[in-house]
Design a protein around this ligand. Structure first.
Ligand code: GLP
Length: 255
């Protein structure tokens, strides 16, 4: 593996085991720092993690009372109440089930009239809240993180992005037709993500195996946005066996 030697790679037996490991790491973060600032992700991958976090909360083992959250991204043009908005997703999968204060929840406003001001404001809020302690990430099939598509500028902060056709197609599984998938989104930039103190990236399924392999072995280039993570100081990657299929056994720690 090129780049960071401190990236921890964990291969879990399956999706459930990956989700439990991830939830335990987040729960531990909250336990050690009850007012943690969490960066959160959407997509199919983290739903099991949120489910497990809710379970841990329901058992009375953690509280979100002082937790602050910033989501990675939001589709541009969708209202919060749209079932495909990331706001709706977060509410359904996590926020409605735990004791988080909604004034501590931040997700880019996909209906902002002044997008530039919205992006600037989002960055300012992250700074005011002390920066992100732990950022959860999934990974797109094309190597995107958040909605930072290939060829993004690494130095970008929160900004409006144009979605790749591959992403539009991949995400169309959540919409009733591909025409309904928004073509733009507001996303934290790579620089925003890299400023997080810790990063936890999850990938599941064989369709991610090649992307994961490339993320860890490819040269660091905007063509593969996730490759930048090789340079972060504290990244944990949790994969299920299918997503880890192309990695050499020696490069990961077996559970
Ligand atoms: C979306 C999100 C990403 C997510 C990616 C992978 O495009 N913006 O944050 O990581 O899809 O999603 P999935 O977990 O459904 O494969």
């Amino acid at each position: 593996m090129k780049g960071s030697l401190i990236m921890q790679i964990i291969v879990a037996d399956n999706y459930d085991s990956m989700s439990k490991r991830a939830a335990n790491i987040i729960a531990s973060q909250i336990t050690l720092k009850p007012d943690s600032v969490l960066g959160l992700a959407t997509g199919a991958t983290p739903t099991g993690t949120y489910q497990e976090l809710v379970r841990i909360y329901q058992e009375g083992r953690i509280s979100f009372n002082d937790v602050v959250t910033f989501n990675l991204d939001e589709y541009y043009g969708l209202e919060r109440v749209n079932e495909q908005s990331y706001w709706y997703y977060m509410y359904q999968h996590l926020f409605q089930h735990v004791d988080i204060k909604m004034e501590n929840v931040y997700i880019p406003n996909g209906r902002a009239a002044d997008v530039e001001a919205e992006c600037r404001d989002y960055e300012e809020k992250i700074s005011t809240r002390g920066g992100i302690d732990l950022q959860l990430l999934g990974i797109g099939r094309n190597g995107h993180i958040g909605f930072n598509e290939p060829d993004i500028q690494f130095e970008a902060l929160t900004h409006l992005v144009k979605l790749d056709n591959e992403t539009i197609e991949a995400n169309s599984r959540f919409f009733s037709s591909i025409d309904e998938v928004p073509r733009e989104a507001i996303s934290m930039g790579i620089k925003t993500i890299m400023k997080s103190k810790k990063i936890l990236l999850l990938a599941s399924g064989e369709e991610k195996a090649k992307t994961v392999y490339r993320m860890l072995n490819h040269k660091i280039t905007p063509e593969l946005p996730a490759s930048i993570l090789q340079l972060h100081q504290a990244v944990t990657v949790i994969l299920d066996k299918a997503a880890a299929a192309l990695l050499v056994a020696a490069t990961y720690k077996k559970l």
